[in-house]
Ligand binder design. Structure first.
Ligand code: ADP
Length: 600
């Protein structure tokens, strides 16, 4: 499927058909076969009509034509068999088409996710992407496999049913049509207007939000429990459940009465035949009237069945519509622009010039940021929380594109570089480490698929992981997350560092970890970072000032701007923001030492 299609303006039924028509011959065959099956399904009723006429005629004195009755019976059997075979063939074709479309959509979606900026994955919850990948696309497959043939049949069957209703006896036909009209009116009064679609979308969105928050809640359950919190304290989940309730209850109550009434009528259409039958047979008690009355009581149920199918197909279409919209919204997410004439940089000086960045339409997270992180040197970003350090760090490996200004490596704007080359130049270790449910060996090798086992082990040793990996049940072959092989936060961080070491890029962007308070872990992580940084161009987010004293350059970031830059000594002399931070830091440090001394 082309990218153009994904970004096309088509919505609703036309978009669904566009998706289904990727396997045109199969889907058209499925539709035609399904219509033929539905026409065949009326054949037994016609046979019943003629058989009833024969039987009632015989009761009234006309000789019973045995051969004709048998041939009507055969016709009924053939009609039923025909319906079964045709419907089976229709479903075969539609399933083949649906699986083809499912495969294509999944490949397209996965390819697209790999081509959107990395920052999209930071901002979009993984719950939402999982839902679209698993649920939405599977629902589209289900729709093409089942509902699309049924829907085509549901469009044609009522026409055939209406013709038949009036062919045998228009008076009874009118009675059934009257009942049908009431049911259709009631159904349309709830589902026929634009707000029904809007409500269905609201329902789907609320469901999606709740799914997202549940995934987050389950992931963070250890934190929730550790702090003795309840689900109510996890506000986002609580809020999404509440808003789901606020959408679903009025939505359900809104169609409760009309929908139930419509279904009750549709399933009991014979009730409309009974008074007409009584009247007609009273006024003219002929065998023909009696057989027609009997036939219509039976046939009304078949017509009702046709309408029920149409109702279900419409409901399914509305639902799948919002699944398609959910998928298309992500497919419409802009891919990272790739230059057609990539430039390569000669050195690793990183330069941000007049960079501004905003996460959305709101406030700027960064404005007018300019600095150089020279090749082979360590540049530390410090400053208060929320100042913009992580945002700067994420702009260097192009998680996001700047809103204004430019980020350049070796004098080349990173937007003018081949994204793969950029990834080959930059390693990053941020705080949220993701490990795959694979062996430790493979998790580290992820940094460089061509690394040998020896390379991986060497990197693990450099990252201070070797010792704890050796103690795992199956050493490097232990699959993370199984057989009690759960790593601590500090260990996970060190595996991530090993991954970056094995990747061996000239530029390293890292976020100094602070979450691990035990000094042993902190010391090991520090050693691992030192090894990773050796001989590299480093941009480091520093949380403790002790680690930046030796940095070649310190950038002080506050409220999205650079307030100072220089070495530790230069900044202390300036007696500005950094000097204040340093003073506060040394006071706390000496207080800590004092406390330790007192307790020792
Ligand atoms: P620091 O790393 O210094 O703590 P950040 O770079 O994380 O600061 O944040 C800078 C600003 O950008 C803050 O105002 C923060 O609220 C905002 N911000 C950070 N991440 C996001 C995000 N994913 N969506 C919207 N705003 C964000």
């Amino acid at each position: 499927m082309s990218e153009k299609k994904a970004e096309g303006p088509k919505t609703g039924f036309s978009r669904l058909m566009e998706l289904a028509m990727t396997k045109k011959p199969l889907i058209l065959s499925a539709m035609v076969l399904s219509v033929l099956a539905s026409v065949a399904s009326f054949v037994p009723y016609m046979s019943i009509y003629f058989i009833i006429r024969q039987v009632i005629g015989a009761v009234a004195g006309t000789p019973f034509d045995r051969d004709a009755a048998i041939s009507y019976g055969v016709m009924a059997i053939l009609g039923t068999l025909g319906q079964i075979v045709l419907y089976f063939a229709a479903l075969m074709c539609s399933h083949l088409a649906a699986f083809g479309t499912l495969y294509q959509l999944k490949v397209e979606f996965a390819t697209h996710l790999a081509k959107v900026p990395l920052g999209f994955h930071v901002l979009a919850g993984s719950g939402k992407l999982r839902k679209v990948m698993d649920e939405n696309i599977e629902k589209i497959e289900g729709f093409i496999a089942h509902q699309l043939p049924d829907m085509t049949a549901a469009m044609v069957s009522p026409v055939v049913a209406l013709i038949l209703l009036f062919v045998f006896d228009w008076r009874f036909g009118l009675a059934v049509t009257f009942g049908l009209a009431i049911a259709v009116y009631m159904y349309i009064s709830v589902y026929g207007n634009g707000s029904a679609r809007e409500k269905m979308n609201q329902y789907q969105n609320a469901l999606e939000d709740m799914n997202n928050a549940s995934v987050e809640y389950i992931r963070g359950i250890s934190v929730v429990k550790a702090f003795k919190q309840t689900v109510f304290s996890f506000r986002r989940l609580y809020a999404t459940i509440k808003s789901y309730t606020e959408v679903i209850i009025p939505y359900t109550l809104g169609w409760e009465k009309s929908y139930s009434a419509a279904m009750a009528i549709v399933n009991n259409l014979y009730i409309f035949v009974l008074p007409v039958a009584a009247l007609v047979t009273m006024l003219n008690p002929s065998a023909e009237n009696a057989s027609n009355a009997l036939f219509y009581i039976i046939f009304a149920q078949a017509v009702g069945g046709v309408l029920v199918k149409a109702i279900y197909a419409n409901g399914a279409m509305m639902q799948v519509d919002s699944h398609v919209a959910g998928m298309d919204a992500i497919l419409a997410e802009k891919r990272i622009p790739v230059t057609s004439s990539p430039k390569s940089s000669n050195d690793c000086d990183i330069e941000l010039s007049e960079v501004s960045f905003s996460y959305g339409k709101g406030v700027e997270a960064l404005s007018g940021i300019s600095f150089v992180a020279p090749q082979g040197k360590v540049t530390a970003l410090v400053g208060p929380s929320g100042g913009g350090k992580s945002t700067i760090a994420h702009l260097i490996p192009r998680f996001f594109d700047v809103t204004k200004g430019a980020v350049a490596i070796g004098g080349v704007d990173i937007r003018e570089m081949d994204p793969h080359k950029l990834m080959d130049m930059v390693s990053f270790v941020f705080q949220d480490v993701f490990l795959f449910k694979q062996s430790v060996m493979e998790n580290i090798r992820m940094g460089n698929p061509s690394a040998s086992d020896e390379d991986v082990i060497k990197a693990a040793k450099d990252a201070q992981c070797h010792e704890f990996i050796e103690k795992l049940p199956e050493g490097y072959k232990t699959v993370i997350g199984t057989k009690g092989a759960h790593l601590s936060g500090g260990e996970r961080q060190r595996v991530a560092i090993a991954r970056a070491i094995v990747k061996n890029c000239p530029i390293v962007v890292l976020d100094e970890a602070t979450a691990f308070s035990d000094p042993e872990n902190e010391h090991l992580i520090q050693k691992a970072f030192e090894r990773l940084m050796q001989g590299k161009t480093v941009v480091m987010i520093a949380h403790r000032l002790s680690t930046v004293v030796g940095a070649d350059k310190i950038i002080v970031v506050d409220s999205g701007t650079i307030v100072e830059q220089g070495t530790h000594e230069e900044l202390l002399k300036k007696r500005g923001k950094y000097a204040q931070m340093w003073e506060a830091y040394t006071k706390t440090a000496s207080w800590r030492m004092g406390v330790k001394g007192a307790t020792a």
